[in-house]
Design a protein around this ligand. Sequence first.
Ligand code: SAM
Length: 766
Amino acid sequence: MDKLISLVPHSLKLMVGDSSPHDLPSTSSSLLDFFLKQHQFHQVIRDLADPEKALCVKNKNLALEFKEKGNQCHLSGDHPQALISYSQALRMAPFDADDMDRNLVATLYVNRASSLHKMGLLMECLRDCNRALQISSTYAKAWYRRGKVNASLENYQDAVRDLTIAQSMESSLGGKRQIESERKIILDTHKTEGCTPFQHNEKQLGISDEPHQVKPQCVEVTGKGRGMVSQSDIPQATLVHIEEPYALIILKHCRETHCHYCLNELPADTVPCTSCSIPFYCSQHCQVQAGGQRLRNCPKKLAVHGSHFYNLEDYIGEITLSNDYDPDVEHLPEHIHECQGVHWPLVLPSDVVLAGRIIVKSIKQKKCSKKGSIPLETLDLSHSYSKMSPESKLELHIYSIVLLCCLQHSSHFGLSVTGVHISQTVILISQIRVNSMAVVRMKSCDVNVPPYQIEDFIRCGRALTSSVEQVRVGQAVYFSGSLFNHSCQPNVHAYFLSRTLFIRTTEVVATGYPLELSYGPQVGQWDCTTRVKFLEDNYFFRYSCVINYERQKLEHFLEVSITSSLESNLEVRKLKDVDISKVAHFSFEEKNSSLHIDPGYCLKCVSYCDLESSREALSKPWNYIGRLQDSVLFKEISGMTLSGALESLDLLRSILHAYNKRIAEAEDNLAQAFCLVGDLQSAKGHCEASLKILEKLYDPNHVVIGYELVKLSSIQLSLGDSSVVDSIDRLSAIFSRYYGSHVDIVFPYLQSLQKEGCKLVQSGAE
Ligand SMILES: C[S@@+](CC[C@H](N)C(=O)[O-])C[C@H]1O[C@@H](n2cnc3c(N)ncnc32)[C@H](O)[C@@H]1O
């Protein structure tokens, strides 16, 4: 990008920087004309989009190298490393390549199945066997591995069937004999009458279909454009909106860890795209839905001898015929035009690639390829192009030109790159910037447990300071979802299951009242100034809701814990446009209206703080707390860091207001540090202290309290403290308010906590 920007002459930069949506077609054509004369520009496009230079194509030699590495690791017993190597080999292997007279991909699936079996990942192993068989239905080794894993899964009937088929397909006499003896052992040891339910399809995570009858209405809201309002009185925790994305993309940092279609965390048995080496999917279902081009197979009718009990031909058909394509789900082959191994989808920013997906989708939907016109004007979304900085405008122009040139190379729509098309793309990217939603997932972590082991540790109740945090995994356009405006006091909460957006009320909402979300991280994670800046930089509006307005005025007046008095006080809404002393007066009214207000006094509890000297005195303790945070991150806690942080905490307590949020953060850091050094009693004390402060700052059912309760309950569990039951009950109530009946799907850790809590109480009662 910098290279292209540096080519643009100053006068053209000025013209683009000054442009309005109205002049876009002419500024776009001028810039395009300029670039078309630059050989460096053509070089950039060739590097990004020329199939000859494609870097993300399949590569058989590389696949064989990874396969060999996987085999060596498997032989030496390093199964996790073998798994990684086989997955990389699958990513690189051309779908139709052969290796030793066998389809290479099928071989790799079977090899990976062996590693998965050794690692105890039985369902993953079974799925890989099925994948191999769907490519090569006569593959004896795949049937054999399937039989073995079915035996481990105690699906003895299927195990016997699989081994019968394996024996029939095996060509060597020795092999046949070995399979026969294993089959006999299973037959002799286990009675196979009674049918084990057979399931080979990859099931998607079931999303419970909670009824939602409450439909919000879209209206014009003064100063905010369109917005959503309630049409009736809506109870708390009611689902008010469900929507599938119009277009979605995974974020770059999640490409190796999350499915590129549904954005769920990748399982151990990842499925790569069959045509390029870019995406990984969690299942063939997602691969097909995304346009990861799985070849349809048509297995032969196989005659199998050796069984008079079952109809083995039907059984084989059931396993080898994939049915990943779900005709009821709208098919969005969003990856298909990016799938030629060229690397522009990998290097261009996510929102630009997302714009490409929308362009291709709208072309396909309108079937206007012959006309070569991009019907982007159909996207009824707001944008703030006029408010962007000159640098951003130039950047948007260049990205739009590059994207269209790449699409022109990669797709077969006869796409022409013109000033009008570029200007439409500029507007589209501007629309994406203010309207797309960050798709998030809840992630559990623990200071003592490596991330890949967290689920196992949690399941066994061995995690100590487990915490949950929201991580951004994708970016998506939801047409109706984007009509919810922002509030720093949101009354609805958005979350995602797979690609689906859910919006739920977090409080009772009266008829006609706006339904508003919090843009950016959840309330409580940022202070007011940071959020206002974020809204200005990213959404181009100056946030001026009552709470903020009053808070800004109060911040001149008093630096301590203003959140506490205002955030919980809904009556503050009435205070718009009143003088600061009146705000103060209002806050004191109920208690003692005759109080005199001076800067430095807390409006909630009247304690005093000398703001000037406190600011100076705070810098040293903050440094110590910062050092502690780093040590927790690197899991290296020295006695010095700990004692420095403890002294700093005392200092903070003496200077700051008792309910300052930063003291709560320091307490929380100390809790994590004490967990790391194994002093759980102290950890519990600090966690409780942090919670006590948060309870003063937030509504008792606020999600911020829920997060701290997760930590407290995991420490209490580790200590065998029976009060964990109360903590878990509280946190269940809080999360149910935000996630309703989806709480167990969004936050599976809650169930493990509940189970462990019950066990603890029962063992205490015995
Ligand atoms: C995702 S859109 C919301 C829908 C938008 N109001 C519309 O008319 O399409 C985000 C844009 O809405 C406006 N907006 C959202 N919340 C606002 C608020 N609290 N105050 C002022 N403008 C707001 C801003 O222009 C922002 O860029």
